[in-house]
Design a protein around this ligand. Structure first.
Ligand code: B12
Ligand code: SF4
Ligand code: SF4
Length: 388
């Protein structure tokens, strides 16, 4: 057998073994630098569109040889996850609920993909003892999407996602740089065609062009920040507690696609669509127990609690006024107090207004104070409008 035949054969066997290793799709690409991506990333940075969660070194992001000694190929993997809840608990007056994006349902995908990559590594090592690898998922230097696109996992869709014809965009991505000269796959030839549904449906206009995101305007990013949410996004967050799926749920390619075969990734309804009020006072230990194993916990409980406060305001949930009042008076974090003031202002009514007026002279944080003043002013303006 020639060397070429050996690697082609190994690749075929690996593709056949993928399912038994818990991997839904495998693609191979060369370890050549991602030259055109580098230009895209430079421009993305110049335009101020980075989220700040990316690896900052653009050379490392685009040149596998800076991460691995003499790389020969990159194996890209995709794992499909569920997109539907069956008979979820209702969100209704008196029992309002928030929602976690699908990418945080079930066990943290970083853990699940690392497990699959480790299984693949063992499988390869049994056949090639001289194997060397460097595996990564999300937090590695490479652009997981650029690798997956070049390895033929799917196309770079207008909503930025890697979209597979069979699996849709409900896929997590990971990769393994190797010293094996595996023959590369071809990028897929499908695309989005004339469709622009995701761009048209994005609540904040964050999709500024096909495949181009102004990250700071993306609700997914906003839900993961720890500070005050800029005013223009408060209503647009709706009841999202972590992440945003709108540009994927509207996508016709995703229609009917719901992947229920990966046991660790299946959702627990109370976890992914939780009641909002109990979140306002959740303790560190309880948060860790309930959310610690999901990918939504990486920024701690503060962003999720702040988003729960916003969601109650967006629901105009009168029954939550007392709970929000507690946050306004007692929460040690100014962001939570100021955001509670915003929500009380949005809910309105005598009780909310009285709570805001009582809290104002007691507030020590300047920024939170501004939120209280603005909420009172908004309520006064609403009263005036009614009188006219
Ligand atoms: C930072 C980051 C974010 C940021 C910024 C997202 C973004 N679009 O840039 C925020 C917090 C907003 C975010 C949100 C989400 N993320 Co995120 N995120 C990342 C991370 C860590 C880096 C992404 C990055 O470098 N972006 C910079 C852009 C410029 O590069 P890129 O998207 O990697 O590469 C493509 C673009 O450059 C595109 N492109 C850019 N400009 C142009 C111009 C033209 C003309 C063309 C043709 C192409 C093009 O081509 C490249 C290849 O497709 C990756 C993990 C990783 N290490 O790669 C996960 C990752 C992209 N995220 C992921 C997920 C699941 C999400 C969310 C769906 C989570 C959620 N439900 O809320 C949303 C989706 C938002 C969206 N529409 O993109 C998955 C995507 C899986 C997939 N099927 O594509 C990844 C790959 C994590 C993983 N390992 O599975 N994320
Ligand atoms: S995740 Fe939400 S906010 Fe971000 S681009 Fe998609 S639809 Fe827009
Ligand atoms: S909604 Fe349309 S344009 Fe957007 S990703 Fe799906 S197919 Fe592409």
């Amino acid at each position: 057998m020639t060397d070429k035949d050996r690697w082609t054969r190994l690749k075929e066997e690996m593709n056949e073994a993928a399912r038994s290793l818990g991997i839904d799709k495998i693609g191979i690409t060369s370890a050549d630098p991602f030259t055109s991506l580098k230009q895209i990333l430079i421009r993305h940075r110049e335009l101020g569109r980075e989220s700040g969660f990316e690896e900052p070194d653009l050379d490392k992001r685009t040149n596998p040889a800076l991460l691995f000694d003499n790389p020969q190929s990159i194996i890209a993997i995709a794992i499909a996850y569920p997109s539907k809840l069956h008979n979820p608990p209702k969100s209704e007056p008196g029992a309002r609920r928030g929602i976690l994006a699908r990418a945080s349902w079930g066990e943290d995908y970083h853990k699940v993909l690392r497990d699959r990559l480790a299984k693949l590594e063992n499988w390869l090592r049994e056949r090639v003892p001289e194997l060397r690898v460097e595996s990564m998922v999300d937090t590695g230097a490479l652009s997981d999407r650029a690798v997956a696109e070049r390895a033929g996992i799917g196309w770079g869709a207008k909503n930025c996602m890697i979209m597979s014809h069979e699996l849709g965009s409900w896929i997590y991505l990971g990769e393994m740089i190797t010293n094996l000269p595996l023959p590369p796959d071809k990028p897929v030839t499908e695309g989005c065609g004339e469709c622009t549904k995701c761009i048209d449906s994005c609540p904040t206009g964050a999709l500024v062009g096909p495949g181009q995101l102004d990250s700071k305007r993306c609700i997914s990013f906003v839900t993961q920040t720890k500070e005050f949410v800029p005013d223009e996004f408060m209503r647009k967050i709706g009841n999202r507690l972590y992440g945003c799926d709108t540009c994927q749920t509207v996508c016709p390619v995703n229609r009917g696609k719901n992947w229920t075969h990966q046991p660790e990734l299946q959702p627990d309804h109370e976890q992914v669509k939780p009641l909002l009020v109990p979140l306002l006072t959740i303790g560190n230990r309880e948060f860790k127990e309930k959310y610690g194993s999901t990918s939504s916990a990486w920024r701690g409980k503060k962003p999720i609690q702040r988003n729960a406060v916003i969601a109650l305001g967006n629901f105009k949930e009168k029954s939550a006024v007392k709970d929000l009042e507690q946050v306004l008076r007692q929460d040690p974090r100014p962001v939570l107090r100021g955001t509670a003031a915003w929500s009380l202002g949005r809910i309105g009514g005598e009780e909310a207004e009285a709570a805001l007026r009582e809290a104002l002279p007691l507030e020590s944080d300047e920024e939170a104070k501004v939120y209280i003043e603005r909420a009172i002013a908004a309520l006064e303006a609403a009263e005036t409008t009614v009188e006219i």
